[in-house]
Design a protein around this ligand. Structure first.
Ligand SMILES: Cc1ncc(C[n+]2csc(CCOP(=O)(O)OP(=O)(O)O)c2C)c(N)n1
Ligand SMILES: [Mg+2]
Length: 794
């Protein structure tokens, strides 16, 4: 299905223009009403101070522009029977989107107590930005929204993500001219180099040049038109310009621009799909240049407001105790002539609704914007086909992400027909050893190709752009519209999207409380090329802090996994790809790593989330240990096992327990996280009073933060990355950060009662090896043979 070409004639008649204008006026009236009115919604009596909200909150300035776009999208959708959603970049224009949803009836369908009449209008007004009411932005509560727009910059990448693999969908996207100054938005223009006109839907950007941000002009609005035009053409678009401040002129121009844009989209899709045209279309884009706060107060207290930055939030404030402002507000609201727009029951008139589509075609009712409704389980193959054989732990080596790559290739192959799984990443899929996926699908690419290129294809479902923001935005848009995916990223650079993931977690946390929002597939991160193995890159590439960041967010929506080997990575991947409504962070190595657990053991271990590795310790799992060696992460696990082997050899009488943690949230109290362990379980695993030496993948204080309430906490000693990084040998990285096996043995001796004197010679031996290591690597450039040749042969 393509975007339907216009059944001619498309030029709106004067009557049509009048009804479009009536709709726009109604939406503007309702937007302003939400910001100001507590009562008297239809102004059937003179406005009095007590009918005004005591706190005036919300954003007027962007609203008339959003209302204009919505009004005209309605017409196009209805006229062409389009399957369309809209991403509202200036999401602070919540009043506008709520007004439109109420007008089209999707609001009442979703919230039946807010009826489409005078009573409902009063509720719509009262609840806006009011305690117990609805947020001021295009929030998860807003019907038809997949984009809050609170944090600006992500509208266009969300739009592209929604359009991928949705060939029949039109995704309109309003971009604020302030928003367009952000880095993420700037990068996301290149989405059109990845959008396949055959298998993907269309994105129609509407760049809203209302000229201002909160307190400043915007860069794009002040460019000379030829420069702006060259910029947009340089981004691969063919711009259509709409502008002015005379409503009828703008309506006429907007209707024509939208028709032209949609006809061009339909033509491009037809040429690609039916005529086999292979070049990248110059997709249309609308530049909408209208005044900020258009139709609002021209001046307030002698200062210009309409058409300036002063219109951004609440143009008249205060109102309750300022009779002049009150009179001005009343005149402003009456200028929309509400008595023409709403009937005696407060219902929008036929003229207002003339171009509003029906049913699921309404922008507030399209199921794509409640993607969980359309979500199907991912076909996941049996893990047995991909698992590595483990007869004895710690003898064989595999690259965990490469093993996972084989599984992902199968998922790609099995979704080739349904096209509902994508892998995104900033140019690192192969570097992260997931390249097996290229056997099943290529890398999406619509730009030029050269004979030396590999794996590029127009219909590929691997997405690689060197913009973590764009990767994140694409994947969010894709998931929010009911599909599945995985983001593979270097661990250090995933921090670039810290703020974006915050917003997504907030979205998930909120939607979990909204009954009509169906659960969506989780956002899964595979963080690899991690801190301990930056052999090529060094300090700039070493930062394990994303986990800290994510674990400080809403516990109901975040999960962190540190699988220590290939089979546990498979078990974790299988779990996260089946899960819903989470942000899952999986940290796993790509370098050869010992295989510790068979697939069955890995599954059992992952189900527990944390557990004793009886075969690794000397406490037999039956007696109370003298010391606990705990680990989380692949490199720390290897160091802990090497330390356990040293202790077994040199201090066999010391009962050592080895505990591995895969699911970090298990360390938290049950009240703080759904995966948290009750105290009695935690005490049983880690003891109440024995020294616990914990080797952790990331910053040590995270483990303290998670475990600070446990009885054993005073005895907890955590080793991890303490920002001592550089380009050096793998083992030197752990030595520099005191996470190495020799240091861990010293920690055990220092902290286990009775050992410090008894085991002083062993301690000295350990310190000596560290000294020898230091000299050896400087001479040979590689690690000590006893380290590189080590295997678990206890
Ligand atoms: C990333 C980010 N930085 C800053 C803000 C604060 N902020 C809210 S609205 C706004 C101005 C937005 O201007 P524009 O995108 O042009 O929207 P409009 O003019 O349509 O209101 C700013 C800076 C924000 N919401 N997000
Ligand atoms: Mg603006």
């Amino acid at each position: 299905m393509t975007v339907t070409p216009s059944p001619a004639p498309t030029e709106p008649s004067d009557q049509e223009l009048r009804s479009l204008d009536a709709h726009w006026r109604a939406a503007n009236y309702l937007a302003a009403g939400q910001i100001y009115l507590l009562a008297n919604p239809l102004l059937r009596e003179p406005l009095t101070p007590d009918q005004i909200k005591p706190r005036l909150l919300g954003h007027w300035g962007t609203s008339p522009g959003l209302n204009l776009v919505h009004t005209h999208l309605n017409r196009a959708v209805k006229h062409r029977d389009l399957d369309a959603i809209c991403i509202w970049g200036p999401g602070h224009g919540g009043p506008a989107v709520l007004a439109n949803s109420w007008l089209e009836g999707s609001y009442t369908d979703t919230y039946p107590d807010v009826t489409r009449d005078a009573d409902g209008m009063a509720k719509l007004f009262r609840q806006f930005s009011f305690p117990g009411g609805v947020p001021s932005h295009v929030a998860p509560e807003t019907p038809g929204s997949i984009h809050e727009g609170g944090e600006l910059g992500y509208s266009l990448s969300h739009a592209y993500g929604a359009a991928l693999d949705n060939p029949g969908l039109l995704v309109a996207c309003v971009i604020g001219d302030g928003e367009a100054e952000t880095g993420p938005l700037a990068a996301s223009w290149h989405g059109n180099k990845f959008l396949d006109p055959v298998h993907d839907g269309a994105v129609l950007p509407v760049l809203h040049l209302n000229g201002y941000k909160i307190a400043n002009p915007t860069v794009l609005a002040r460019l000379p038109e030829p420069e702006l035009d060259a910029l947009l053409r340089g981004y691969g678009h063919e711009p259509l310009y709409v502008g002015g401040d005379d409503p009828m002129t703008v309506h006429r121009a907007m209707a024509a621009a939208l028709d032209t844009a949609l006809d061009r989209i339909a033509a491009a899709q037809r040429e690609a799909r039916e005529e086999g045209r292979r070049d990248r279309p110059a997709w249309p884009l609308i530049v909408l240049r209208t005044p900020k706060g258009w139709t609002g107060p021209a001046q307030v207290d002698g200062v210009p407001v309409e058409g300036t930055w002063r219109a951004h939030q609440v143009p008249l404030d205060p109102v309750r105790d300022n009779p002049e402002h009150l009179a001005q507000l009343e005149a402003w609201l009456r200028s929309y002539r509400p008595e023409e727009l709403f009937d005696e029951h407060g219902r929008p008139t036929e003229q207002v609704l003339a171009h509003v589509p029906d049913g699921h075609r309404r922008l507030g009712a399209n199921p794509r914007a409640n993607g969980g409704l359309l979500l199907r389980d991912l076909p996941l193959p049996a893990l047995e086909r991909y698992a590595v054989p483990v007869d004895k732990p710690g003898l064989t080596l595999h690259e965990p992400t490469r093993v996972l790559g084989d599984l992902l290739a199968q998922v790609m192959a099995d979704t080739a027909g349904r096209r509902d799984f994508r892998l995104v990443g900033p140019d690192e899929t192969a570097s992260n050893r997931l390249q097996a996926v290229y056997d099943a699908t290529g890398k999406a690419w619509q730009a030029d190709t050269r004979p030396t290129d590999e794996h590029l294809s127009r219909d590929g479902r691997v997405m690689e752009i060197l913009s973590e923001h764009t990767c994140q935005g694409w994947l969010e848009g894709y998931l929010l519209t009911g599909r599945h995916g995985l983001f593979s990223c270097y661990e250090a650079f995933v921090h670039i999207v810290d703020s974006m993931v915050n917003q997504h977690i907030k979205w998930l946390r909120t939607t979990r409380q909204i009954p009509w929002r169906a659960p969506i597939a989780s956002l899964n991160y595979l963080l690899t090329s991690h801190v301990w193995r930056q052999d090529h890159n060094g300090f700039s590439h070493q930062d394990p802090g994303f986990v800290d960041h994510v674990l400080s967010k809403s516990p109901e929506a975040v999960r962190v996994y540190l699988p220590p080997d290939a089979n546990t990575l498979l078990a974790v991947a299988d779990h996260v790809l089946r899960s819903r409504d989470y942000v899952n962070v999986v940290v796993a190595g790509k370098q050869p790593c010992f295989d510790w657990l068979s697939l069955d053991d890995a599954r059992a271990h992952c189900a527990r989330g944390a557990g004793i590795w009886e075969w690794a310790g000397t406490d037999d799992g039956r007696r109370e240990p003298d010391v606990v060696l705990a680990c989380a992460g692949d490199v720390p696990t290897q160091e802990v096992l090497a330390a356990a082997a040293l202790l077994r050899r040199h201090l066999p009488e010391v009962a050592v327990r080895v505990v591995n943690v895969v699911d970090l949230a298990r360390l938290m109290p049950t009240e703080e996280h759904p995966h948290g362990m009750p105290d009695h379980e935690f005490d049983a695993l880690f003891t109440r009073d024995k020294p616990v030496i914990f080797a952790y993948h990331g910053y040590p204080w995270l483990i303290h933060r998670l475990a600070y309430r446990r009885t054993v906490h005073p005895q907890l000693h955590v080793r991890g990355y303490k920002e001592s990084g550089t380009t050096t040998t793998p083992f030197d990285m752990v030595v520099r950060n005191d996470l190495d096996r020799y240091r861990l043995v010293m920690d055990v001796i220092d902290r286990t009662p009775g050992l410090s004197v008894r085991a002083a010679a062993l301690r000295q031996q350990m310190a000596d090896i560290r000294t020898r290591h230091h000299a050896w690597i400087r001479e040979h450039g590689t690690d000590l043979p006893e380290v590189t040749d080590w295997t678990w042969d206890a």
